[in-house]
Write a protein of this length. Structure first.
Length: 86
């Protein structure tokens, strides 16, 4: 998943739940499964979240991309031994 200024916050949280901590640094809190706030994040883009929380968009995007890259590396290394039989 490519993260751009137009990416929905909800999509990031669904795809990369473990990077929610990075988003919390910027004031975007975790959202309970059935909460009103969860519904609101469906419309919230990365660009809007950065604006609301007064974080420069380029910094917000870079941190998110770094977190995604680390998450993907972790997932690949976690799956590596299982894929090779042990």
């Amino acid at each position: 998943m490519e993260i751009t200024k137009d990416t929905r916050v909800s999509a990031i949280l669904e795809e990369y739940g473990d990077i929610a901590e990075v988003m919390e640094i910027f004031g975007v809190k975790r959202v309970a499964r059935y909460s009103f706030r969860r519904m609101l994040t469906k419309a919230l883009t990365v660009e809007r979240a950065a604006l609301v929380h007064r974080v420069p968009l380029d910094e917000f995007l870079e941190r998110l991309r770094q977190a995604v890259a680390l998450q993907e590396q972790k997932t690949a290394s976690d799956e590596g031994p299982q894929a090779n039989g042990g």
